[in-house]
Design a protein around this ligand. Structure first.
Ligand code: PLZ
Length: 423
């Protein structure tokens, strides 16, 4: 087998520079909570391919379902010749997402594509143009979703001009907004919308219930419910982007459930299909069905192999109760992270929910972000065999997203490495 160094050289000659990688080791195989590189070194996985392999890598039920499907048929295009698994995935999503109302779903390939389609549906259903998004938001890399994403570097820099009718308002970010309570932070956001956009022009209010790439920002309690209430009162479509938070990651099936918020539309991807590319928009039947026949779709959306993987993943989450597993992982991790924070003044905050946790790193005694220290801790983790990711508008958040099937032993070993990396 070629070494990581050899593969890296080939990569540099063949792969566009704009596509980055967190580590320079190349993967041979992965299972459950570990990844093995081509050198035969085993890594503890605290990334899950960015919150994707919630059911574990190469999860047994997913592998079996994919194998079975790939032998029956690989593609017909649902828009040409439909098949049961697409319908079954939609039934599952309609039942699992928050809200007891009548729902419909449509399937796509990537998170960004799901977000684009949620905006299409909200605009079509309301006849309004504006989309309201938040500081630190991340919604994708396509033209519309770059406009929805907050951070310039690396996502938007020199890629404009961007799509119009996108308006950004302040987020609730307790560490950095002086600890505004949720209702006050929501009132601030709403005032901005009403002054700068006009409530009657808003098609969609789009928000990640816990922000992902933007820094695992958990809004103050009451923020999401107040926005939900405002959307109901003004006729804006409340869209929850649960692409990173969904599928048991935060200890519930979806993060909105934590405060009893029922979105009109939810965007889904990542954890949905155990690593196969699949995404969805699920939501109120009257909004979803407002769109004319043929108005939504795409060649590969709801590919049968990806649908088989999704059904197997959902079954795995249910049977292994991975929401409970996420809560368990969260409590083990939180106490270890708090212990690190207590002795290390660079840790300004431990935050997140379930198995979506992070630490924000600053210059001691200040709130000044320290991306250099963050990168150094991350690099020390990588050198010691723990795969971690960073995030945040200021690049100073170290985030942890283990597969929800990670064993107690793997979790403890990962946390030991992290502990030592801080030291
Ligand atoms: N919405 C909330 O987290 C993807 C992107 C990493 P795609 N986040 C990881 C990177 O650098 O590209 C994401 C997300 C939220 C939308 C998306 C977009 O999902 O499947 O990457 O298109």
């Amino acid at each position: 087998m070629a070494s990581s160094d050899e593969l890296h050289k080939r990569r540099q000659a063949a792969v566009a520079r704009g596509v980055g990688s967190t580590v320079t080791s190349y993967v041979d195989r992965a299972a459950g909570g570990t990844i093995t590189d081509v050198e035969g070194r085993e890594w503890i996985d605290f990334a899950a391919g960015i919150a994707v392999s919630n059911v574990g890598n190469a999860a047994p039920r997913v592998v079996a379902a994919v194998r079975e499907q790939v032998e029956r048929f690989t593609h017909t295009c649902f828009m040409v010749a439909p098949y049961e698994s697409y319908v079954a995935v939609c039934e599952q999503l309609n039942a699992l997402t928050p809200g007891g109302f009548e729902k419909r779903s449509a399937l796509f390939n990537s998170g960004a594509e799901a977000v684009e389609n949620a905006v299409k549906i909200a605009r079509h259903a309301t006849g309004r143009p504006a989309v309201v998004v938040f500081d630190h938001a991340y919604h994708g890399r396509t033209n519309l979703t770059m406009a929805l994403t907050a951070k310039n570097m690396p996502y938007k820099h020199r890629f404009g001009p961007f799509a119009g009718e996108v308006y950004r308002v302040p987020m609730s970010y307790p560490l950095r907004d002086g600890g505004l309570d949720g209702a006050t932070a929501a009132a601030r956001a709403i005032e901005t919308v009403e002054k700068q956009v006009g409530a009657e022009n808003v098609a969609a209010l789009l928000i990640e219930p816990i922000q992902g790439e933007g820094g695992f920002v958990v809004p103050a309690p009451g923020f999401l419910p107040a926005l939900r209430e405002w959307a109901t009162a003004t006729g804006a479509v409340f869209v929850a982007d649960e692409i990173q938070t969904g599928f048991c990651r935060t200890g519930d099936w979806f993060a909105c459930e934590h405060e009893g918020v029922e979105p009109d539309l939810v965007t889904l991807a990542k954890g949905i299909a155990g690593g196969l590319p699949l995404a969805a928009v699920t939501g109120r039947a009257e909004l979803m069905d407002a769109v004319h026949v043929g108005g939504l779709g795409g060649t590969y959306g709801g590919n049968p192999v990806a649908c088989a993987a999704a059904l197997a993943s959902i079954e795995t989450m249910r049977e292994l109760d991975l929401a409970a597993a996420a809560r368990r992982i969260g409590s083990v991790m939180t106490s270890r992270l708090r212990a690190i924070a207590e002795r290390d003044p660079r840790v300004a905050e431990v935050r997140g929910r379930g198995a979506m946790l992070a630490v924000e790193i600053v210059r001691p005694g200040t709130l000044t972000p320290d991306p250099t220290a963050t990168a150094a801790v991350s690099a020390a983790c990588h050198a010691a065999g723990l795969l971690t990711l960073t995030c945040g508008t200021y690049g100073n958040v170290l985030r942890f997203l283990p597969p929800l099937v990670i064993s107690d032993d793997e979790l403890a070993r990962g946390l030991d490495i992290l502990d030592a990396a801080f030291a």
